[in-house]
Ligand binder design. Structure first.
Ligand SMILES: *[C@@H]1O[C@H](CO)[C@@H](O)[C@H](O)[C@H]1NC(C)=O
Ligand SMILES: *[C@@H]1O[C@H](CO)[C@@H](O)[C@H](O)[C@H]1NC(C)=O
Ligand SMILES: *[C@@H]1O[C@H](CO)[C@@H](O)[C@H](O)[C@H]1NC(C)=O
Ligand SMILES: *[C@@H]1O[C@H](CO)[C@@H](O)[C@H](O)[C@H]1NC(C)=O
Ligand SMILES: *[C@@H]1O[C@H](CO)[C@@H](O)[C@H](O)[C@H]1NC(C)=O
Length: 348
């Protein structure tokens, strides 16, 4: 405390010297708030505390170079330990976020991104169990994360763990979570129960993985589901009831190896869109797609080796349906589906 006051004095004097001539010694209100709400800058160096217009606080610790240094920062005196945002990015030193490393501070939004972090210890984020709405660990090297802790966050809305080193699909439980971003990991298997403990989820992405198959019911019983992104995997077959929804939904299956889609693969889809760009479909089967087009679903089947034989007559002969299919959809021989001559399909 003594040290803190000394620094305050020093800063006031510096402030007067620096601004005295132009601003008659008065500091801006943001600087005033900074002194009142933030810790003494030297105490938390190399972290930096800042005050937003609405008096919320952010702290940036990107420049911390070892675990003990981070722990020391958070042993300092924090006049207000309740922050809006924590940020560490482009940090090439910290590998572990330890339990207790953040002292008594709490956060609404937690960003630890584009870094070399490998481990988040159990309870490392426990200070924010009742405040965090947003946890983002995008593009680090995480292989160990306290997934058991997720159910303790009472306000968590978004969990972004894209581009990490997870292999096993985690067991995540949260009644509040809406966005679950897990793309860019190496999951080779999506358990049928993957999402049963996240009943409020509206957006799920598991793109850029190694998924070879999905089972019926994996995306069922999620009343708020609006977006599913499984693009850039190795899926070959979409089984019955792969996705079962109740609201207009965006389903992205682009860049897989899908050659068959079962009847009733997508249930309850009304409106929204289903993208199967760049797959291996040879047919647009009436039994599979007509029910969806009747419910105004938009379909992207471009970059598929479509044969465009008589099995396509139902589509080519319906202007309404054709308008719901991406205009760039081509047959294997390069002809655009929208340009096919209905007359050729009359005899079918
Ligand atoms: C406070 O300000 C920050 C940045 O200026 C903004 O992003 C945030 O939404 C504001 N929070 C509230 C509660 O208004
Ligand atoms: C954290 O809170 C506890 C209990 O309120 C207190 O004893 C401790 O000194 C605080 N630690 C820091 C670093 O402020
Ligand atoms: C997943 O977690 C929930 C709640 O933490 C637990 O009840 C369930 O048994 C777990 N499931 C598996 C397969 O581990
Ligand atoms: C799904 O893929 C995994 C991994 O390739 C395989 O072990 C499993 O048997 C497959 N399941 C089904 C139902 O095809
Ligand atoms: C079709 O392709 C053109 C040219 O690449 C592009 O500008 C247009 O947006 C595409 N249309 C749709 C519906 O994707």
């Amino acid at each position: 405390m003594k040290g803190s006051h000394l620094y305050c004095l020093l800063f006031t004097i510096l402030g007067v010297v620096q601004y005295g001539v132009v601003a008659s010694g008065s500091k801006s209100s943001v600087e005033d708030q900074q002194d009142v709400l933030c810790p003494v800058p030297e105490d938390i160096f190399p972290c930096v505390c800042g005050v937003n217009d609405n008096n919320t606080l952010d702290i940036d610790c990107s420049k911390v170079v070892y675990e003990d240094e981070l722990a020391n920062v958070f042993r300092s005196y924090f006049p207000n330990p309740n922050f809006r945002r924590f940020t560490i990015k482009f940090n090439y030193y910290l590998q572990t976020l330890r339990d207790g490393a953040l002292g008594n501070t709490t956060y609404t939004e937690f960003f630890f991104t584009e870094s070399v972090l490998e481990v988040v210890e159990k309870n490392a984020l426990s200070g924010s169990f009742h405040t965090a709405t947003y946890l983002n660990f995008y593009s680090t090297k995480l292989q160990s994360f306290p997934f058991d802790d997720i159910s303790s966050f009472t306000k968590l809305v978004t969990l972004d763990l894209r581009f990490n080193y997870f292999h096993e699909f985690p067991n995540i439980s949260s009644v509040t979570l809406k966005t679950l971003a897990l793309g860019g990991n190496s999951f080779d298997h999506l358990p049928t129960e993957a999402f049963v403990n996240t009943p409020s989820v509206s957006s799920i992405n598991v793109y850029l993985g190694k998924l070879w198959n999905i089972s019926s019911g994996t995306f069922s019983g999620l009343p708020y589901l609006e977006s599913v992104d499984l693009s850039f995997n190795f899926l070959k077959h979409i089984p019955e009831a792969a996705v079962e929804v109740t609201t207009p939904t965006y389903i992205n299956l682009n860049y897989n190896m899908i050659s068959s889609v079962e009847v009733d693969a997508f249930l309850g889809v009304t409106g929204g869109s289903i993208d199967l760009h760049s797959n291996q479909l040879k047919e647009i089967q009436e039994a599979v797609w007509r029910p969806l087009l009747q419910y105004k679903v938009q379909l992207d089947l471009s970059k598929n080796p479509l044969e465009c034989g008589c099995e396509l007559a139902w589509l080519v002969l319906s202007d309404t349906f054709l308008h719901q299919v991406n205009e760039n959809t081509t047959c294997a021989d390069g002809r655009l589906v929208v340009d096919l001559d209905p007359a050729d399909y009359e005899p079918c």
